[in-house]
Design a protein around this ligand. Structure first.
Ligand SMILES: [Zn+2]
Length: 354
């Protein structure tokens, strides 16, 4: 089935021209205009800095690319433009400088640009398509069946908290972006529902419990303060392929939080490699690491698959360091301390953007 797109809102003449070029390039890529009343896969939301109007999607499956015009790129591009990404309730933002270039901003703090010229629209679509066509695996199903002896955690969850504190002391976990402060409450709820996140924070960690299950940090929590089981740390027990959701065992008395969106990636790695005992994901980089080719969204099946593929190709999959293009690193180890020892002092805080 062809992917569909729709254009929403109105833009400056330059934006209208850009949108036209994009639509033509999308159609060459196999996209079709969505029929009236249909839920489109991709929405081009034309907006402006002065009045950044959101597009309120009716289904999580709709990928919203908001497009606005700017005169020049601000000195701190991500800090300056990220609020527009959030306020327009978008998955991705395109800031266009007419006659010069297009800058992309993504939810995971990615920022890269394409200059105008030969194949401009084609290059833009090659940036948009992997994001817009990815399948998110961010549904959670909570089952209140956690063994009582695990309600307060175990040695592994205590190790997980210690590792979170160490990563924090290395200054590797940027403060979560305060989306609840930027957005009115109803829009914040929309973002939570549709992005499937409890808040934005970056990085996550997990440790294997047994053959099938693993403990993992929750979404949007402070990794320096992982304490309560079911709220800060969750036990992933399964992936329900039919329902496309992550299944979690929680204590019966708790209002659970969502697990990190990267649970599907960790799940694939643990299932395939029994010798992997722990996984850490950070938004940082290391010299000379193999990296994925396309930039997929966090929590997508495609990202998980491409990372799992690189782990498989590593000389020792149980001790792999894999780059996620324009995003960060996923590192496997026999244990959390095995990972921490290997990466200490080697991480570069700035992820290269290409
Ligand atoms: Zn990430």
């Amino acid at each position: 089935m062809a992917l569909t797109y729709a254009v929403h809102g109105e833009g400056t003449p330059a934006l209208e021209t850009l949108a036209k070029g994009l639509c033509a390039a999308l159609e060459r890529r196999g996209y079709r205009p969505s029929a009236q009343d249909d839920v489109p896969n991709l929405v081009l939301n034309l907006t402006s800095r002065e009045t950044p109007r959101p597009y309120r999607r009716k289904a999580q499956a709709t990928f919203v690319l908001s497009i606005l015009e700017i005169e020049e790129i601000p000195p701190e591009p991500v800090q300056a433009m990220y609020p527009y990404l959030v306020r327009t309730l978008s998955n991705m933002l395109l800031a266009y400088i007419p006659g010069k270039e297009a800058h992309f901003f993504t939810l995971d703090l990615g920022h890269y640009s394409e200059p105008e010229g030969e194949g401009f629209y084609h290059r833009l679509v090659e940036r948009i398509h992997p994001m817009a066509s990815a399948r998110l695996v961010i549904k959670n199903r909570f089952e209140p069946d956690l063994e009582p002896e695990l309600w307060e955690g175990d040695e592994l969850t205590r190790e997980l908290s210690r590792a979170g504190k160490i990563l924090d002391s290395w200054n590797l976990l940027p403060a979560p972006f305060p989306i609840d402060k930027i957005l009115p409450p109803e829009d914040f709820r929309h973002v939570q529902r549709l992005y499937g996140i409890g808040g934005l924070s970056y990085g996550n960690l997990s440790v294997r419990k047994d053959e099938k299950r693993f403990w993992m940090s929750a979404s949007g929590v402070d990794k320096a303060n992982l304490r309560v089981i079911g709220r800060d740390i969750l036990l992933v027990k399964d992936y329900d392929e039919k329902e496309n959701c992550i299944v979690l065992s929680v204590p019966p008395h708790i209002e659970p939080r969502r697990v990190s969106v990267d649970a599907i990636e960790h799940w694939m790695i643990y299932q395939e490699h029994p010798e992997v005992g722990a996984i850490i994901h950070v938004h940082a980089w290391m010299d000379g690491v193999p990296a994925t080719q396309a930039h997929y969204p966090c929590g997508s099946y495609e990202l998980a698959k491409s990372v799992a593929e690189l782990v498989r190709k590593a000389p020792d999959p149980a001790r792999a360091v894999v780059g996620l293009k324009n995003h960060g690193l996923t590192i496997t180890g026999r244990s959390l301390s095995d990972i921490l020892e290997r990466i200490e002092g080697k991480l570069i805080r700035q992820v290269p953007m290409t």
